[in-house]
Design a protein around this ligand. Sequence first.
Ligand SMILES: Nc1nc2c(ncn2[C@@H]2O[C@H](COP(=O)(O)OP(=O)(O)O)[C@@H](O)[C@H]2O)c(=O)[nH]1
Ligand SMILES: [Mg+2]
Length: 358
Amino acid sequence: MSDKPEKRGGFFGAFRRAAMPAAPAPDPGESPAAAAVQAPEAAAATVAEPAGDKKQGWFQRLKAGLTKTSARLSQDIAGIFTKRKLDADTLEELEDLLIQADLGVDTAMRITAALAKGRHDKEITPEEVRAVLASEVERALAPVARPLRIEGDHRPHVVLVVGVNGTGKTTTIGKIAHQLRREGKTVLLAAGDTFRAAAIDQLKIWGERTGAEVVARAVGADSAGLAFDALTLARDKRCDVLLIDTAGRLQNKQALMDELEKVLRVLRKVDPSAPHQVLLVLDATTGQNALNQVEVFKDKAGVTGLVMTKLDGTARGGILVAISAKFGLPVHAIGVGEGIEDLSAFDAREFARAIALG
Ligand SMILES: Nc1nc2c(ncn2[C@@H]2O[C@H](COP(=O)(O)OP(=O)(O)O)[C@@H](O)[C@H]2O)c(=O)[nH]1
Ligand SMILES: [Mg+2]
């Protein structure tokens, strides 16, 4: 793994103690550079890189990661629209393909409707179709694209990370810790997945890598008790941020939810305002399954925002659009690799262009 400080546009450009009101959702018509400028970050030296080579480099990486999604879409769109008119048949074929690309029925219908406007019985090129797709996907995603931010003056700011096993919770915690540490924040990690020794060790490794202290107990220990200890310690030490890992064994849904509810209750005993954020981590490669996972966790765990991982190398990147259309939960960040730097603020325009235009 490379630890070289390759920065990209500041995922935590906005992950800061917000002395200022929340920035509005980016205007869909805005360029990525303009969006980054809109949220200036004076304090953190790691953040002030809205434009230029590195930003461009990041976009290239995002595009590369989403190649499978975009290649399939562009090939299928070309298959439908090469030398054919826009009529009921081609529109229906397009709608089917967008649904198959995991964009969701509502979004698929919205896109075909937007395309049909004023173009009936006219010849249309695959490029035009993809341009409409890009702008409609951007429009669907713009309201939910919101960088993770620390609001209020909680010390610690408590972030609970939930999700099914294997989605990338622990890795995402490591990546977030890295970003925060680079901003000079003190970070405590709680190894709340107490079921597996490997899960505890994995978080400890991330702690070493990022210079964050880790609170852990033996395998099989009560995770709510651990959360209680971790928050008490973080408060006593006046840590900036506490990131709490959790188990995600969905085989026993009820037990998992009971456990999460217990963790939430215990945290509130120490700090009635905690947790300040509950991040649901979703794995893009699971496609439609990710939708079910949002249903399961959303209310019970009080999810406040999403992180979608494994957008590198999946043909199922469209699922993010369906999830956004259905739930409207903020999408904070996306994972595009296993490395420490492979987490980026979610940008609607970049994402839309990467999947629609390739
Ligand atoms: N390709 C890729 N792999 C990832 C990403 N995020 C996590 N992983 C990998 O997914 C696997 C499961 O991640 P882990 O953090 O242990 O998941 P957890 O069970 O939810 O804590 C690990 O092998 C990670 O390296 C990502 O964005 N892209
Ligand atoms: Mg884990």
